[in-house]
Each structure stands twice: as C-alpha cells, then as structure tokens.
Design a protein around this ligand. Structure first.
Ligand code: SF4
Length: 417
C-alpha cells in the first residue's frame, strides 16, 4: 500500500499498471525531462495564481506585466532541455499558445475578483472514509461565488474536450471535492469547474451525494486493485499514445525488443539473445496466429449454426462420419460483473458493504450468488435489493469427440461461451 494516493497515481494505474509500478511502487529515478506542453501548463498556472491572488486584494496586475511574467517563466529553463511532444509544433508555438490562452482569460475575467478567493494552488490531504487509505490532491483555485457556492477550479491547458459526465472529470474533480469536504466540512454547496483555457470555456458540474458516495467506493476498489497487483507483482504494460510521455521506455518489457533491434542494427553485435532471431520467432507466431484466427472464425460460424438449431429444435447431439458434436445451452443468474458494468459493480460492492456481506462478495460476486442469493439466506427486502444487480446469462458449450479411428487418443475438445 502506498503512503498516499492521488488522482494522478490512480489514473496512471488505470492507463498503464506497469508505469504505476515504476513511478509509485519502485520509485525508479528518472532523468528530468521537460516537455513543452507540460511546461506551458506550469507557466500558465503560475501566472493565473498571481492574477487571482492579487485580484483578491483588489490589485489588478496589468496585462503586459502578466505576459512578461509568463515569458519570464520560459526564460528560467535552458531551451535546449525542453522537448516538443509534437512533430509539428516548435517550442515557440507552445509559448505563443500559452500567451494566447492568458490573454483570452485575462480579457474575460479581469479584475479577477468575481468571487472570494479561499485558496490558490492548495495541497489537501484526507483519509477516504471507512478505509486506511490516504489521498492527496492539488487544487488550482478554490473560491466562493456571490451566491455562497464554493467552486473548485481546475485549469486545463491541453486540447482535449471534456464533458461533465466523463469518467475522468468525475474521477478527478470528485476526488478534489472529497478532499475539500474533508478539510472544510463547513462548505456544503460545492460546484466543480474545469476551465478549458484553449477554448475559453468552462465545464461545470455539481455531484449528487449518491454520486460522491459511489466515487468514494470506486476509489476504494481501485486502491484495492493496486494493492492486489503489488501483492502479486503483476503490473501489465498497457501500450498506447500515452507512451509518448512515459520516461520508462528503457525498462518497459513492451519496448525493450524494439530498442534491441535498433541497437543490433546499428552495431551489428548481438547480445545474449539475438533481437533478429526474436523477430523471426515473432513473425512465425504471427503467421500461425493469423491462420488460427481464420480457423477460429470458421469454427465460431459453425458453432453458432449448431447452437441456433439446438435452441430452436431442442437437439443436443449431432452425429457425423468422423465423430459426434454435443451441444448444451443453459441460462443462469449471475451478479453483474466489473467488466460488464463498472458503475453497477461499484454500487453492488457498496450495497454489500452496507449489508455486511463482504465475506461473500470479495473480489467477484460468485460466493454471494451461491451462498446467499440462491439459498435465500436473507430477508426478502434485502434479496430484492440484490436482485437489481442480477442478470440472466446464457452459457453454451459445444464439445467435439472424434471416433477412435480418427483420433486414437480419444480427446474431446470443448468450446465454451
Ligand atoms: S512505455 Fe508505455 S507501456 Fe511501457 S510503461 Fe510506459 S506507458 Fe506503460
């Protein structure tokens, strides 16, 4: 278990568990690397903090002074140490984009006193209720609007479009709300707002108490997942566009072969194992895999036909010249799974905790179904609450058995779904 969790650590785990391991479990030191987009974000955040902090005291920092302060931020770094994450944008492009964002925001919100500033760039910590898990969060701006509502503001300098119901929005901003409410319980009415500085738009939302409870449950489950991964030392590498921003390519099992190939190509030397031989092995596997995909698709098509006939005409065995095929189709009740509906699964988990059924629920709900629900071990009203999360699932099995002369080993082969 980590000493504390944050939006960024849990988001890293969600995006790539392997990166989470390097960054938060092993704490692998990495050479400092500054990318232009993250530096732009930091520079803009610093200037906005100045503008709002001065605005709270009735002082309007002139626009040209604000821009000067922004450009000074860029001068603090050796330009050669900054890399551009894009093939098309230069460092000067990023500087200009940040400046344009600031000008737009300045023109829209000056003199920056539309609310009472409660804090800028605040570090808040809290313990997730009912758990030993500590969280930390970093809030760009907290302020009270004229109607008494407290607004948690987060500045976004990237290009992505966000909707208030996006999982990421609820996850990040809801976590901030939990932090604010744990530290300042007197603030009852709270709005969440992300300022999309590139577009000069605000995405805002107010979470209902039940949504916030659900988020707390989701956070608890997510932390448990990280603990389980740590216990088993099981952190799969999940590749994607996010790899561009990852500093652990030199360790990542998904990137090492590519590096070995490049090195081998340049030096002509092979290490303990030849990268080229591994490439040939991969190609061989891919060729056989592609054949097996084609055969699987053919098998699935035939299986579907057999299952449909078995369902429609109540048949369970089909006889051929070289053997027989048996088919079974059954329907059974199961509790909703995490992969099927993550939100409903979190609701079921919360209900089980409330009903003190954790020992049956554990990581999946099979024990709950077998030992509690099917044996009707609880009063009807509780069974009815659980019923909301029950889904009927079809299980089918197609088994092929070849005749002895065709297959002397007499092995059966099954195909379940
Ligand atoms: S390079 Fe990509 S896959 Fe590897 S650890 Fe980093 S983010 Fe994960």
């Amino acid at each position: 278990m980590l000493s504390s969790y944050s939006f960024s650590s849990l988001d890293t785990y969600r995006v790539c568990p392997r990166k989470f391991k390097y960054a938060y479990v092993d704490r692998v030191p990495i050479p400092p690397k500054v990318t232009a987009d993250t530096y732009l974000g930091n520079a803009v955040h610093r200037v906005l903090r100045k503008l709002y902090t001065l605005g709270a005291d009735g002082i309007l920092m002139p626009m040209d002074r604000a821009i000067e302060a922004y450009l000074e931020e860029w001068q603090k770094l050796d330009r050669n140490s900054i890399t551009s994450p894009s093939d098309y944008y230069t460092i000067d492009d990023y500087i200009r984009i940040g400046k344009e964002m600031l000008v737009r925001h300045y023109e829209h919100y000056q003199p920056f006193d539309q609310g009472t500033l409660l804090g800028a760039e605040m570090h808040l910590t809290f313990q997730l209720p009912g758990t030993p898990f500590k969280f930390k969060s970093y809030i760009d701006r907290l302020w009270k609007k004229d109607d008494g509502t407290v607004e948690i503001c987060d500045y976004k300098t990237g290009q992505s479009t966000i909707l208030p119901h996006d999982r990421r929005f609820v996850y990040q901003m809801g976590l901030y709300q939990l932090a604010v409410q744990a530290n300042f319980p007197q603030y009852e009415s709270v709005d969440l707002a992300q300022y999309l500085l590139r577009k000069d738009e605000i995405v805002s939302h107010r979470l209902r108490p039940d949504e916030l409870d659900m988020l707390a449950e989701q956070l608890r489950l997510d932390v448990n997942d990280t603990i389980e991964s740590t216990r088993k030392d099981d952190f799969p590498a999940q590749e994607g566009s996010h790899c561009t921003y990852c500093s652990y390519h030199h360790l990542c099992p998904a990137k090492i072969h590519r590096r070995m190939l490049e090195e081998e190509e340049q030096s002509g030397d092979t290490g303990e194992i030849s990268a080229l031989q591994l490439k040939e092995l991969a190609d061989e596997y891919l060729r056989v895999y592609s054949d097996s995909k084609r055969i699987d698709a053919e098998l699935d098509g035939i299986k579907e036909k057999l299952l449909n006939i078995a369902r429609d005409h109540d048949l369970s065995r089909f006889d051929g010249d070289s053997g027989k095929v048996t088919v079974s189709v059954s329907r059974k009740d199961e509790f909703i799974s995490k992969t099927r509906d993550q939100k409903a699964f979190a609701q079921l988990s919360a209900l089980c905790r409330k009903l003190q059924l954790d020992e049956y629920f554990s990581l999946d709900a099979r024990g709950l179904m077998k030992e509690v629900y099917q044996k009707k071990r609880l009063p009807d009203d509780i069974l009815n609450q659980l019923k909301e999360f029950v889904v009927e699932v079809e299980r089918s099995r197609v088994t092929a058995k070849l005749n002895a002369e065709t297959d002397p080993a007499g092995e059966e082969s099954s195909n379940d779904s």
